[in-house]
Design a protein. Structure first.
Length: 267
């Protein structure tokens, strides 16, 4: 049993590999998080996945965790992109490669969404790229046109080259982004997802917590733990997900086989 050295006020928790693996709930981690929540520690779930909206995550997480998870307790890369656009330019016109979760978050914050079927690629302010499991050459061509012909800046939800699926992995948002980077020569002016720190910074701001008072909990060295290092936060690498499957270790503050091996202090 490892004892957390601080009484952290906020846990920033990844989903895949920590709360669940696909449809399978990781019960020992969930039970530990329930106890932490009941003790008064704030918990915010932070995910690079933009295919689901916070609304859908609220439904699933409330059922899994056993408390009413609110929208301020979930940050997706789609929500983070929408929030950042508000800061950058207010209401934006965006050409989107992505799924319903990303589009819902953009619309929720007042942005005007164009798809590949809409005319006028040059009328948009940004091209926004997320994971799109129905991506087509036509979608990529329209985004390419907007960037190459019209000089529209590129924004990405995340740079994950692959995403975990049953039996292995599949191309992620980063693979789609790479296509446009190669075809246009452009680089994104903003990336929301881990290992970038914006989602963590957003959570700290929303909850009025300083970086030294927060603990990042994740299963990946290249996203969760790297983002924690960049943000100046302590971290837990839990080996119930990607790192455990790959036999990877990194310099997280704490490394455990499951969260049940950690003892937290009440804030």
């Amino acid at each position: 049993m490892q004892i957390l050295e601080k009484a952290y006020r906020l846990f920033l928790v990844d989903l895949d590999g920590v709360v669940w693996r696909g449809k399978e709930i990781i019960e020992e981690n969930v039970e530990w998080l329930r106890k932490a929540h009941d003790s008064g520690i704030k918990i915010v779930f932070v995910t690079n996945n933009s295919t689901r909206s916070r609304r859908l995550y609220m439904e699933r997480l409330s059922a899994v965790m056993g408390w009413d998870v609110g929208p301020d307790e979930i940050i997706t890369s789609g929500y983070a992109v929408a929030a950042r656009l508000v800061d950058m330019c207010g209401r934006a016109r965006v050409l989107v490669i992505g799924e319903e979760g990303l589009i819902e978050e953009l619309v929720e914050q007042g942005h005007l969404v164009y798809t590949s079927m809409d005319p006028g690629s040059c009328l948009v302010d940004y091209v926004v790229v997320g994971l799109d499991r129905l991506v087509s050459y036509h979608k990529l061509w329209r985004a390419h046109q907007a960037i190459r012909k019209c000089g529209v800046p590129l924004i990405a939800t995340n740079t994950d080259n692959v995403v975990p699926v049953e039996g292995g992995d599949a191309p992620g948002a980063g693979a789609i982004l790479a296509f446009l980077e190669r075809s246009t020569g452009a680089r994104p002016v903003f990336v929301a997802g881990k290992p970038e720190t914006y989602m963590f910074e957003l959570a700290l701001k929303l909850h009025g917590v300083h970086a030294v008072e927060a603990l990042v909990i994740g299963d990946r060295c290249d996203t969760d733990i790297e983002a924690a290092k960049r943000a100046g936060m302590d971290s837990v690498l839990v080996l119930t997900g990607v790192a455990g499957e790959r036999g990877e270790l990194c310099d997280a503050t704490y490394t455990v086989r499951s969260l049940a091996e950690l003892q937290f202090q009440k804030p």
